[in-house]
Design a protein around this ligand. Structure first.
Ligand SMILES: Cc1ncc(COP(=O)(O)O)c(C=O)c1O
Length: 391
């Protein structure tokens, strides 16, 4: 029985693919082509085939991917983008970097994703303040797609673009009728709207050996424009049609990602097995609500959750976390301070109490160790320590 359990152990993943990764990195070094180039082009082609989209634009981070996606969707100064406050900072800062204003809607208490009713209210609020709402930016938090049926219908009715923040959801799907997230009417995150952003930050379920990200789009023209924007708005050397930036991807990142992409379906399936095993162990220990203190994650039957994180709601969350840290069990809080209460965004004029479900989640959620190589005995240790805390 293990005593220490890490939140994430990337050494185990590397050990399992070392023999594939090192020759791929060597291939790039031998080519001496370090930025964009054939590895990046091949990665873009492979991601487009996997996601089922027209174009993929590889870039230097998930943050840059959001920025490119928002620009492609026509977001600019004076406009409003409706999004969630329960996310990583880049969700809001990328909107601001386009010159626009984030307008926050509240989340659904079960999925932690945007609540469509609150989105409707946020659209009305933006309009009442004479802002032109241009887009809705849902985040597929923890690896589960937001309610894309409701959000897409709302966007169509109000003539808004949808920009998915799929940073945590590579391989997740939405739409009924498929088996294991494949087939039926199901589509992958990244092909559920015209444009979507992914992060390959090392802790993500598909991760690079450094910073990297990509945008997927169903519109080849948007794809072509984003390819120019990521390279200083340049269609050919030293000609600049519009002002872009340097958000190119390195070839070494692409070479590593191409290898990991082949393993991703197995890794995502493993994450789901681990999540279901946690749920079983918590139920067996009598810790799951309504009998027990913990609220376990739920899966929307319309989606394929890839469990980027396994997140519980826990009473006395901070005390529990301190206890687990003392016992050398990893855990994390995604996210302790909602975006609408961040000091740098105070100018937006939001206050505590504005988004009750978001604020309650920020106080109660706890992410537990989750990675495909996590062992069953380690899961038993995690659940055992949590049982001890509440006993
Ligand atoms: C929801 C979300 N959006 C955006 C990002 C930004 O991605 P990156 O760190 O690659 O810039 C992240 C990851 O950090 C994220 O989790």
């Amino acid at each position: 029985m293990s005593t220490h359990v890490p939140m994430l152990d990337l050494h185990r993943q590397f050990a399992s693919i070392r023999e594939e990764v090192l020759p791929a990195v060597e291939r790039v070094c031998t080519s001496q082509q370090y930025i964009l180039g054939p590895e990046v082009t091949e990665l873009e082609r492979e991601i487009s085939a996997y996601i089922g989209c027209a174009e993929t634009v590889a870039c230097s981070s998930g943050t840059d991917a959001l920025w490119l996606a928002l620009l492609a969707a026509g977001v600019g100064p004076g406009q409003a983008v409706v999004t969630t406050s329960f996310s990583f900072f880049a969700t809001a800062s990328s909107i601001i970097r386009c010159g626009a204003t984030p307008v926050f809607a509240d989340i659904d208490e079960k999925s932690y994703n945007l609540n469509p009713v609150s989105v409707l209210q946020a659209i009305a609020k933006a309009r009442s303040q004479n802002m032109r709402a241009t887009a809705i930016l849902p985040v597929h938090l923890y690896g589960q797609c937001a309610d894309m049926d409701a959000l897409s219908a709302m966007a169509a009715e109000h003539k808004l673009e949808v920009v998915e923040d799929a940073a945590q959801a590579f391989g997740a799907t939405w739409g009924v009728g498929g088996v294991g997230g494949v087939g039926g009417n199901s589509h992958k995150a990244g092909a559920l709207s015209k444009v979507a952003a992914f992060s390959f930050y090392p802790t993500k379920n598909l991760s690079a050996a450094g910073d990297a990200g990509c945008v997927t789009t169903t519109d080849p023209e948007w794809g072509a424009r984003m390819k120019r924007l990521r390279n200083h708005g340049s269609p050919k050397r030293y000609l600049h049609d519009e002002i872009g930036w340097n958000t190119r991807m390195d070839s070494i990142q692409a070479a590593v990602l191409r290898i990991k992409l082949r393993h991703l379906p197995t890794w995502n399936a493993k994450r789901r097995d681990i999540a279901h095993h946690y749920t079983h162990l918590f139920q067996q220990a009598g810790l799951a609500s309504p009998q027990g203190p913990l609220v376990l994650p739920t899966e929307d039957p319309r989606g394929y959750h890839i469990y980027h994180q396994y997140v519980i709601r826990a009473p006395r969350r901070d005390d529990l976390r301190n206890y687990l840290t003392e016992k050398k069990i990893g855990s994390e809080v995604y996210y302790p301070i909602p975006l609408h209460l961040q000091p740098s965004l105070a100018y937006l004029g939001c206050q505590a109490g504005d988004l009750p479900e978001t604020e309650r989640a920020a106080a109660e959620v706890l992410a537990l160790p989750m990675f495909p190589e996590l062992r069953e005995d380690e899961q038993e240790t995690v659940v055992g320590r949590i049982a001890e805390f509440y006993s």
